[in-house]
Design a protein around this ligand. Structure first.
Ligand code: ADP
Ligand code: MG
Length: 740
């Protein structure tokens, strides 16, 4: 019936265009079929390009800056600026921008042309392309419109951007031209971090410093550097652009505020890893083409659990670069999606009743030899080191679980955490049965009896020789060990990963510091170093035992158990953010020089403000939808029902028909009552001046009431004639892709 019989309403027209999509051609970009190795990274200007294009001493100076934190000499900056200008202009680039991540959760860029006016002595004006070292290194965007969470008074509204040489520069190209983007940090006049990258870089330094000290103590005397590695799995939905255009809620808030579930959701479990629809595959191919040119190693693509939900996973990189790359990936996915007539939704919960989207942060640390410190090794020493680092990470998560929970708090993620599909709002660590047993045995001072493990006698108790592929999986854990890395799975799909990574790195750095201090004492007591390390592992294992959980994280049983164990159960953003107000919980950030107390407070304010604004927008949009879409539609249906009622003559039929009218009227009454209640409550909340109070009230009262209003509207959707319903339905938005 879909083609000729479809009516003329906007919704049906839209359905038609969505279904006819495959007939329209999306032009393939030239070069898309070239082997990736021939063009990978050709839009980037990073270390490899600098080594090739810079004079030798300039390159050496740059390395010194990167490796030892030395100041970049002015001539070197000039040499780099001139090389990158040459390279860009040859590629047709006209503008450059300092690319940074303000605390709004987006990226910001301010474009400047490469041109400079040169006037000769006849005053004739000539334009030349020019780019100086100081333009490369420092910018001064007008900062007053970026949030500072109260850190900056208007009289010193300046903000500065400074080049981050550890992340490659790149060219963004589209029909509107080409721009050279320079990754930068962004800070205020007194050096306060106004962005997400500065704290991330500081946290990487903190971990480097503390982990190196610890590794030296346990015998890795020649360790020079410890790096954080990160691989970010990104989930997203793809919805036909025509449908989105008809959904004010998707446009305004990124999620559907109304919509009754379709009869089929994901219960058949047929979407995960299923065949990718061809229209989607074409999109993925082009998105990957763009990512590869930017040097982003997109590796895996597949369907996710929900209909029209997909995932992209890159190969891991240094955390700072991976964080920039994830932000860029989100932008590229959105941009390329539009070209393919999709909208890429990154919201954590665009559709009620089916899975939401997360962003699994695969995290590890490695030394300057490239050895992964979370990889069980082949020698007794490597195994001891592995156990020690594991013990540190587990304890870090235990000690700082409330702050880690707060670092991923957002209104969007509230729909995921704690719901029966995503990791719970309680932060716990999953090790897998074999490692769990190892840690339990260590706690009790027993040698491990694990039958499937080979035991190595270290002379200090027994440590199993652990091979790589022994971990089992637990999809319900928010923080799971997966063989040679931890996977922070509770992170929301739209989160800027720099934020949770900053907190995780700092928690681990602080725990390395504690480990070093305690180990020094233990070495004195125990006599031998290895024995002291084992004792430290034992103590840490005992102290942090409560955070280890290998059961079903979705179960009520776990919620009760976690409360008994005294773990923080922070079900919503409103509860979680309060932790930033407790100096005891956040001291470690200041001690590791990652965030000052002023910077912590500012982040609290920004997160609260964003929460309030987001919910305000959602509620306004919902009320408008109800007023201007739902109510008039129900009225239309009621009029029709009354007309048909009059036309009926059979008394028994008239009675039955009356029931239909009564049902719809009941629902209508529900809608009107809830709407009234919600409007009243919103007015009350608007009168609250304390932002913390307002946030709590929005979470505990306004949102629940808005869900009731939604329920009533969704019930109406099921009662109103299909041709009258103005909004695209769940089944249409979610399942038309699979028809192509
Ligand atoms: P799985 O989750 O099934 O183990 P993969 O092994 O493919 O899947 O890894 C998932 C993600 O973890 C990928 O992005 C991968 O690059 C990343 N990853 C693998 N090893 C590390 C590591 N040492 N540090 C950080 N991320 C890693
Ligand atoms: Mg995974």
């Amino acid at each position: 019936m879909l083609n000729s019989e479809l009516g003329t309403s906007m919704r049906f027209q839209t359905l038609k265009s969505a279904l006819h999509f495959p007939e329209r051609k999306v032009e393939k970009p030239t070069g898309i079929n070239t082997p990736v190795s021939e063009y990978f990274g050709n839009l980037t200007f990073g270390l490899a390009q600098m080594r090739e294009k810079l004079p030798r001493d300039a390159y050496q100076n740059l390395l010194k800056t990167l490796e030892q934190g030395k100041k970049l000499p002015k001539e070197t900056a000039e040499a780099i600026a001139s090389a990158v200008k040459e390279w860009s202009v040859n590629k047709g680039v006209t503008h450059f921008c300092h690319w940074f991540q303000p605390m709004t959760g987006l990226t910001a860029e301010k474009h400047d042309a490469f041109i400079t006016i040169q006037s000769s002595y006849h005053s004739e004006i000539r334009v030349i392309e020019r780019f100086t070292g100081s333009q490369l290194i420092q910018g001064e965007p007008d900062a007053s419109s970026f949030p500072s969470g109260g850190m900056r008074s208007t009289f010193e509204a300046r903000g500065y951007t400074t080049w981050d040489p550890s992340s490659p520069m790149f060219i963004i190209e589209d029909e509107a031209g080409k721009t050279l983007c320079i990754p930068t940090v962004y800070f205020g006049y007194h050096g306060q971090a106004l962005d997400c990258k500065t704290p991330l870089l500081r946290s990487i330094e903190a971990i480097n410093h503390q982990a190196c000290d610890f590794l030296k103590l346990i015998g890795d005397v020649d360790v020079k550097r410890v790096n954080v590695t990160l691989g970010v799995e990104q989930e997203y939905f793809l919805i036909d652009r025509n449908f989105v255009a008809l959904r004010p809620d998707l446009i305004m808030t990124g999620r559907t505020l109304l919509g009754s579930s379709s009869p089929r959701g994901q219960q058949l479990e047929d979407h995960y890893f299923g065949a990718i629809p061809s229209r989607v595959k074409k999109f993925m191919q082009e998105a990957e083409f763009e990512l590869f040119k930017l040097g982003i190693p997109a590796k895996t693509r597949h369907n996710e659990v929900a209909p029209s939900q997909f995932e992209l996973a890159p190969i891991f990189e240094d955390a700072n670069v991976a964080a920039d790359h994830n932000t860029l990936t989100m932008e590229i996915l959105k941009k390329v999606a539009l070209k393919h007539n999709f909208v890429c939704l990154m919201h954590e919960k665009p559709f009620a009743g089916i899975n939401g989207s997360g962003k699994h942060n695969n995290w590890s640390i490695s030394n300057d030899k490239g050895e992964n410190l979370l990889e069980p090794g082949t020698t007794p020493h490597q195994n001891l080191r592995f156990l020690a680092v594991m013990a540190v990470v587990i304890k870090a998560v235990y000690d700082h679980s409330a702050v880690l929970r707060a670092s991923i708090a957002s209104p969007g993620n509230d729909h995921r955490l704690g719901a029966n599909e995503a990791p719970p709002a309680i932060i716990s660590v999953f090790l897998g049965s074999m490692l769990e047993k190892v840690f339990n045995d260590i706690e009790q001072g027993k040698s491990s009896q694990a039958t499937d493990a080979q035991i190595i006698d270290l002379g200090v108790g027994k440590i199993p020789n652990i091979s790589k592929d022994y971990t089992d999986r637990n999809r319900t854990s928010p923080f799971a060990f997966t063989g040679n890395k931890f996977e922070f799975r509770a992170v929301g799909s739209s989160t800027i990963v720099s934020i949770p990574m900053t907190f995780l790195n700092t928690a681990v750095a602080a725990t390395f510091r504690e480990a070093s201090e305690r180990l020094k004492g233990l070495i004195k007591q125990k006599g031998t170093r290895d024995e002291a390390v084992m004792e430290l592992v034992r103590e840490f294992a005992i102290e942090s035992k409560n955070v280890r959980y290998d059961g079903n994280g979705y179960s009520q049983e776990w919620r009760d158990e976690a409360a008994r164990r005294g773990l923080p159960v922070l079900n919503s953003t409103a509860e979680a953010l309060e932790i930033f107000k407790q100096p005891k919980a956040t001291d470690f950030l200041t001690k590791e020089n990652v965030l000052s107390s002023e910077e912590i407070t500012s982040r609290y304010h920004i997160m609260v403000e964003r929460y309030i604004k987001t919910i305000d927008i959602e509620i306004d949009t919902l009320l408008e939808l109800v007023q201007t879409y739902v109510i008039p539609t129900v009225e239309k249906q009621l009029t029709k029902l009354h007309q048909s009622h009059q036309a009926m003559t059979l008394p028994s039929l008239k009675t039955k028909h009356m029931v239909r009218i009564a049902n719809l009227q009941k629902t209508f009454e529900d809608i009107l009552t809830r709407q009234e209640e919600l409007m009243k409550l919103v007015d009350q909340v608007q009168g609250l001046h304390d932002e913390g109070q307002r946030m709590k009230k929005l979470a505990s009262e306004v949102q629940p009431l808005s869900y009731k209003l939604r329920e009533a509207c969704d019930a109406a959707e099921k009662l109103v004639a299909d041709e009258l319903w103005p909004l695209p339905k769940y089944r249409e938005m979610l399942f038309t892709n699979s028809l192509s």
